[in-house]
Design a protein around this ligand. Structure first.
Ligand SMILES: Nc1ncnc2c1ncn2[C@@H]1O[C@H](COP(=O)(O)OP(=O)(O)OP(=O)(O)O)[C@@H](O)[C@H]1O
Ligand SMILES: [Mg+2]
Length: 497
C-alpha cells in the first residue's frame, strides 16, 4: 500500500444552533492507529462522518497528501480508500450477511451479480472471526436473526470489503466481548503492517492503550491535543477529555451483604440458551454476571423481567413470580436497563423528557403532574451529566453515549427494588461512567438488589463483591473475595472451572 497522510483541518459542523464540531483537527498516517478520544457529545462521530463524506462540514478542509478532497457522498470517500464502521449500525435486517456486505459493490460477471463469488468472498471474511462467532453465522443467514455482536462483526467485515487504506472504527468494540476484541486487534495489527491507517474510537481506556499508537483528544467539539500513547497515561488523557474530571473511584461494598433478605432467587432457570441456572440476589447486593457474549446473560435478565419465556422457578421477595410480560415486572418494582439503545428502550422522535418518563408516567397521576416530572427528569439528567440543548429536544439529536444515558436514566427514575442491568455502559464516556457507578452504589446502599451483566471485566472487578460467570448457558464459576481476579474471570469465561 502506498504511504499517505490524511489531515482534517479546522473542521466545523453545526446543526441549527448546535455546534457539533467547533474546530476539529486530526492527522493520521498509513501504518498508524490513531485513537480519537473525547467525552460523549464531543464530536468524534461527527468528525468520523466528515472524513467519510456522510456529512459535509460548514468549514474546514480534509487533505490527503496535502491535496484537498471533497466528498459528495460516502461513495467518493470509499473510492479513494476511506471506509468506516459507524456507531449506529446500518445493516438491512431482511437481507443476508453476504447481500449486506456487498450491497452496491457486488462482484460481477458479464454484468450480472456473481453470487457464488459473493458467497466465497463473504465466507473468507467470516473466517477472519472463526471461532469467535457461532458456526451458524454463514453468508446466507439474514441479519434479523443475529445477535448484536454478530451484527457488529458483519459491519466490520462490510467496511473491510471495500479494501480501504483508512479504516475508521467508531465504537466498533462496544458490543464485542474480550475474545472478539482480541481477534479484532490481531486483525488491526495485520492491517497496520500492510500500511493501512486506522482511526479508533472507544470509551474503554484499556483498549486505547493496547492498540493505539497515538491519540487525538476532542473536548466540546475542539481538538485539544495529540499524544503519543507510549509517552502518556490514562490520567493525562482523561484530564484532556474532561475538565476537572472526577477521579474514577471504583469501590466494592464493604463486604458481601449476603446477610440481607433474598430479593431474587432463581432455581434451574432454562430458556433456549440457558441450561439451568440457580442464583440468589440479596437486598443491597450488586451481583455481577460475567462471561463471554451470548452465554445466556441477556436471556437470564430478560426471563426474570418477563420479556422472554423460561422454565424453572423465579422467586421475588419470597413469592413465586413468573412474569409473562414486562408490565407485570414493572408493577412489582423490577426494572431492566437494556444495553442496546438502538433496538430497545428509546423512541427516537420523542423528546428527551418524554423518553426519560417513558417508564414512570403512571406514577405522576392523572392529570400528569408535569412540573414534578420535569423536575425529576432534570435531576436525573444532571446526575448523569446528560449533554443536551434542552429536555424538549428529540432524543435523535443526542450523541450515542448521551442517548444511552437516557435509557439508564429512565429506569433510575422508577427507584426499583430489583434492578436488572444488561451491559448498560456500552458507549458512555469515563465521566458519565463514574457518575453511573456512583448512582449504582447509592442504589445498592439504599437496599436495591442489583443484577449486573457487563462485558467490561473492569466494571465487574471494580463494583461487585460476587460475580457469577456464565458459560454455555450455565454458571461456570462463582467468584468472590480473593478469588475475584481478572485471571480467574477470564479462565471461567472460557469455561474452565
Ligand atoms: N443530527 C444532529 N442534530 C443535532 N445535533 C447533533 C446531530 N448530530 C450530532 N449532534 C450533536 O453534536 C454533538 C457531537 O455529537 P457526536 O455524535 O459527534 O459526539 P460523539 O463524540 O460521537 O459522542 P459519543 O461518545 O456519545 O458517541 C452532540 O452534542 C450532539 O448532540
Ligand atoms: Mg459517537
Amino acid at each position: 500500500m502506498k504511504a499517505f497522510t490524511l489531515h482534517a483541518e479546522q473542521v466545523v459542523k453545526t446543526y441549527g444552533g448546535v455546534v457539533a464540531l467547533a474546530d476539529g483537527n486530526l492527522t493520521v498516517q498509513s501504518g498508524e492507529v490513531m485513537a480519537l478520544l473525547g467525552a460523549n457529545g464531543s464530536g468524534k462521530s461527527t468528525l468520523s462522518k466528515i472524513l467519510t463524506g456522510v456529512i459535509s462540514p460548514n468549514k474546514g478542509r480534509v487533505l490527503i497528501d496535502g491535496k484537498a478532497v471533497t466528498f459528495g457522498a460516502p461513495d467518493d470517500a470509499r473510492r479513494i480508500g476511506i471506509s468506516a464502521v459507524y456507531q449506529e449500525l446500518s445493516l438491512i435486517p431482511d437481507l443476508t450477511v453476504a447481500e449486506n456486505i456487498w450491497l452496491a459493490h457486488e462482484p460481477l460477471r458479464a454484468g450480472f451479480v456473481n453470487r457464488r463469488e459473493m458467497r466465497n468472498r463473504t465466507q473468507s471474511l467470516l473466517d477472519l472471526f472463526k471461532g469467535m462467532v457461532k458456526p451458524n453465522l454463514t453468508p446466507d443467514v439474514t441479519i434479523a436473526g443475529l445477535t448484536p455482536d454478530e451484527r457488529q462483526i458483519v459491519e466490520i467485515l462490510k467496511a473491510l470489503s471495500f479494501d480501504p487504506r483508512l479504516m475508521i472504527l467508531d465504537e466498533a468494540t462496544a458490543s464485542l466481548d474480550s475474545q472478539q476484541v482480541n481477534r479484532l486487534f490481531e486483525l488491526v495489527r495485520g492491517w497496520k503492517s500492510q500500511g493501512m491507517a486506522v482511526v479508533f474510537v472507544s470509551h474503554r481506556m484499556e483498549e486505547i492503550f493496547r492498540i493505539a499508537d497515538k491519540a487525538t483528544v476532542l473536548r466540546n467539539g475542539r481538538t485539544v491535543g495529540e499524544r503519543d500513547i507510549a509517552a502518556t497515561h490514562e490520567r493525562e488523557l482523561v484530564d484532556l477529555m474532561i475538565e476537572g474530571a472526577a477521579v474514577l473511584q471504583r469501590e466494592r461494598a464493604p463486604d458481601g451483604r449476603t446477610d440481607q433478605p433474598v430479593r431474587l432467587s432463581l432455581e434451574n432457570l432454562k430458556t433456549d440458551t440457558l441450561k439451568g441456572v440457580s442464583l440468589q440476589v440479596h437486598d443491597g447486593e450488586l451481583l455481577g454476571l460475567g462471561g463471554l457474549q451470548g452465554q445466556g446473560q441477556s436471556d437470564l435478565l430478560m426471563a426474570v423481567f418477563g420479556a422472554i419465556r423460561s422454565s424453572g422457578a423465579i422467586t421475588l421477595s419470597g413469592q413465586k413470580q413468573h412474569f409473562s410480560h414486562p408490565r407485570q415486572a414493572m408493577k412489582a418494582d423490577v426494572a431492566l436497563v437494556p444495553g442496546d439503545r438502538g433496538s430497545e428502550g428509546l423512541l427516537l422522535i420523542r423528546s428527551i423528557l418524554e423518553n426519560l418518563m417513558l417508564a414512570s408516567w403512571n406514577t405522576y397521576g392523572t392529570p400528569i403532574r408535569m412540573n414534578q416530572a420535569r423536575q425529576d427528569g432534570t435531576r436525573v439528567a444532571d446526575e448523569m451529566r446528560l449533554i443536551r440543548s434542552s429536555l424538549d429536544a428529540p432524543v435523535s439529536s443526542l450523541s450515542g453515549g448521551n442517548a444511552q444515558k437516557v435509557v439508564i436514566g429512565k429506569w433510575l427514575l422508577r427507584s426499583p427494588k430489583l434492578l436488572l442491568l444488561n451491559d448498560p455502559t456500552k458507549g458512555i464516556d469515563v465521566g458519565a461512567k463514574a457518575e453511573f457507578y456512583h448512582l449504582l452504589k447509592q442504589l445498592r446502599d439504599a437496599g436495591t438488589a442489583i443484577l449486573f451483566y457487563s462485558s467490561d471485566d473492569d466494571e465487574l472487578l471494580g463494583l461487585c463483591n460476587r460475580v457469577l460467570v456464565l458459560h454455555d448457558g450455565q454458571v461456570s464459576a462463582e467468584l468472590h473475595g480473593a478469588e475475584l481476579t481478572r485471571e480467574k474471570l477470564v479462565a471461567a469465561s472460557m469455561g474452565a472451572a
